[in-house]
Structures are given as structure tokens and as C-alpha cells.
Write a protein that binds this ligand. Structure first.
Ligand code: ZN
Length: 177
């Protein structure tokens, strides 16, 4: 188990909107006039009030296992920071490609987005070396960045003279306690 499934509003009891559920337990099936329904226990995701564990009765043929290629699926699972969809270190290759596409017109915003996640990850992964976290979250952005003063520019300097500057700005994104 652990699959994340989605069920459209009209095919489960009861709730509003599409149900997103991380399945913990698959219960018994019930035959009804309109088909086979199945009891599911799991954690409802995507609720404004936060995840909630509960039971639902859903029509079996309307239960969709969320595709691993869905953009929303490649999200980090804290505190381990593995990808929810593919299990690789987040941001995984799939998510990186999507981020580059989504932020194609605004790489600066992408740097900020990743920096914020890096801060969170550093808080969760206290034993991970700062340099490896940095390259994992920001180092992959590559050499084609333009502009200055962004976090991503620190890793690109090829000259040894400025490497100490790079180090200082790196550590400033990985608060230690
Ligand atoms: Zn992934």
C-alpha cells in the first residue's frame, strides 16, 4: 500500500471535490446496483485544513492511481526529502526538467524557489553536508545563468580566488544551529 489514488467527487462517499487519498488499507468490496464499491482507509491529502485520516467508500472502477508522471506527484516528502513519485532525491530529474520549463522565463524566481526549499531541507537533513545539499538543490541549474546577486550565481565561479566567496554565500543558505 501507500499508493496515492484519486476519486472524482461523484464516485465516493462523501465529500466535495476530487478525493486524493494515500491508501493505508484496502477493505472489503460491496456490490451495488451501479457497480462494485470498495472501502478504503487512508490519509486524505490536499485538504486546505491539512491531511486527515479517514475511511471512504469509493466506486472501484473510478479509483485512479495517481500517475507518477503527473506534475503534482513529484513533490518532496519531508523530512526525508525523497520524491513522492519516483523516490529519488528531490528535486528529482523529472521535477528538475519541469522546473526548468515552468521557470524558463524567470530563472531568478527558480533560484529563490529552490533556495527556500534548501533552507527547509537543511533544517530536516541536519547531517547532510552543506555542499552536497547546495549542489542538489541549486548546483544543477547549470552554467547558463545570467544576472548577479542570485544564489545560483555563487556556484558558477570558476576562479579559485573567488571560491572562498562562493563558500561564504553557500553557507549563508544553510543555517547551522
Ligand atoms: Zn520524482
Amino acid at each position: 500500500m501507500g499508493d496515492v489514488v484519486e476519486v472524482a467527487e461523484q464516485y465516493y462517499c462523501y465529500g466535495l471535490g476530487t478525493l486524493t487519498l494515500r491508501v493505508i488499507e484496502v477493505g472489503r468490496r460491496e456490490r451495488h446496483s451501479d457497480g462494485i464499491w470498495i472501502n478504503l482507509r487512508g490519509v486524505e491529502l490536499g485538504r486546505p485544513a491539512g491531511p486527515r485520516q479517514g475511511r471512504v467508500l469509493a466506486r472501484l472502477d473510478a479509483v485512479r492511481i495517481r500517475s507518477a508522471s503527473a506534475p503534482a506527484a513529484h513533490v518532496p516528502i519531508r523530512p526525508g526529502w525523497g520524491c513522492a513519485a519516483c523516490g529519488q532525491d528531490w528535486p528529482c530529474p523529472d521535477r528538475r526538467r519541469r522546473l526548468l520549463r515552468e521557470y524558463a522565463e524567470n530563472r531568478a524566481a527558480l533560484g529563490i524557489y529552490l533556495s527556500l526549499h534548501l533552507v527547509d531541507a537543511a533544517a530536516d537533513l541536519r547531517h547532510a553536508p552543506a555542499d552536497s545539499l547546495y549542489s542538489r538543490f541549486l548546483g544543477w541549474l547549470g552554467q547558463d545563468q545570467d544576472g548577479a546577486g542570485r544564489p545560483v550565481s555563487a556556484v558558477q565561479s570558476p576562479s579559485p580566488a573567488s571560491s572562498s566567496v562562493s563558500k561564504r554565500s553557500r553557507t549563508s543558505y544553510v543555517p547551522r544551529s
